[in-house]
Design a protein around this ligand. Structure first.
Ligand code: XIL
Length: 320
């Protein structure tokens, strides 16, 4: 009864899951599942500024510390997520701060956080979701107050605080060709040429069976990212079932094929050494918590509501 985890180790692959604090502290079966089935974790929310800095100047490391300790004790590689994102704590969004104050607050935040976990993480998602669908920088809090330099600065500050951890730019819809993918790659390449320390690009990949998927296109995009000199990690994979007349077995079979196709592409690409699903099992998928409308689609992961392996799990093993 071989696990994907053990097969992943044969391929030097990180097979990761996002983990959440609430089941983490309440559900021992959830913990065993994570230890037995995965060899890497991403801290899903607990390192985000909203949780880490509930008030100005006040850090709350409790949840993140516990999760990181659990992962360390169980020899799970850890990904930090995420230092700079459009979501900022309410006190900051609504506060009356000058641009200089906001710049130094972000600098202090990035450096304090990265330094605290120095040596414990394999990667940080430094900047998350900075571009819009047309490939322009999104009009977010950081762009408004710091200007476009916030991206380069965040990477530089993170590198100063930890010289060894891999630093990633992370986003959705960069797994297909689009103006956004083009612009992102061009922009990050030019930052790199200026000496900004960016090691890789994270592909979120929150997919839906209702949309087409072409493994060759994913392969092309990954190659292109690789040729530009970046690592490419799959950082947040999940696959929603579509609403349709089909029975659940048929849908789960399609879901399984897609998971396996993506694993196949990742294994073929030397720069893809991380395949992370966004949640350890269906009851804890973010889609359950955030997307009411699609509750019936909400079994996007590899383990079902009884924490049993789904067809997708078995299908991934076939390609490994
Ligand atoms: C999501 C979490 O999964 C939810 O629990 C939370 O309520 C909101 O954030 N892209 C990202 C992740 O980069 O940080 C998001 O995580 C999902 C989309």
């Amino acid at each position: 009864n071989e696990t994907i985890r053990s097969l992943a180790e044969d391929h030097s692959l990180l097979f990761g899951t996002a983990i959440r604090y609430q089941p983490f502290s309440e559900d021992p079966e959830y913990l065993s599942l994570i230890k037995n089935e995965y060899n890497a974790v991403t801290i899903e929310n607990e390192l985000k500024m909203e949780i880490m800095m509930p008030e100005e100047g006040v850090y709350d490391f409790k949840q993140a510390d516990e999760m990181i300790q659990f992962a360390t004790e169980n020899e799970l590689s850890i990904r930090g997520h995420t230092l700079v994102w459009e979501r900022v704590p309410w006190w900051l969004e609504n506060g009356n701060y000058s641009n200089e104050e906001i710049t130094s607050l972000l600098k202090q935040y990035v450096q304090t956080t990265v330094e605290r976990y120095k040596g414990k993480l394999y990667a940080w998602d430094v900047v998350n979701e900075a571009f819009d669908a047309e490939g322009n920088l999104k009009d977010n809090f950081w762009l408004r107050h710091i200007g476009p330099d916030y991206i380069a600065l965040a990477f530089q500050w993170a590198r100063e605080a930890d010289p060894d951890v891999l630093l990633f730019y992370n986003d959705y819809e960069n797994d297909v060709w689009s103006p956004k993918t083009d612009a992102t790659l061009t922009y990050l390449t030019s930052l790199r040429e200026r000496g900004v320390p960016i090691d890789g690009i994270g592909l979120q990949m929150h997919l839906d069976l209702a949309n087409d998927f072409d493994p060759e296109e994913l392969q092309d995009v990954m190659n292109m990212i690789g040729h530009a000199g970046f690592l490419v990690h799959i950082t947040e994979l999940d696959i929603k079932l579509q609403h349709s007349g089909e029975d659940i077995e048929t849908k789960r079979k399609k879901q399984a094929d897609r998971y396996a196709d993506i694993m196949g592409v990742c294994l073929e690409n030397v720069r893809c050494d991380t395949y992370t699903v966004w949640g350890a099992a269906d009851p804890y998928s973010w889609i359950r918590f955030t997307d009411e409308a699609s509750a019936e689609q909400a079994d996007p992961l590899l383990f079902d509501h009884e924490l049993k392996r789904k067809p997708a799990y078995h299908m991934i093993k076939e390609v490994m």
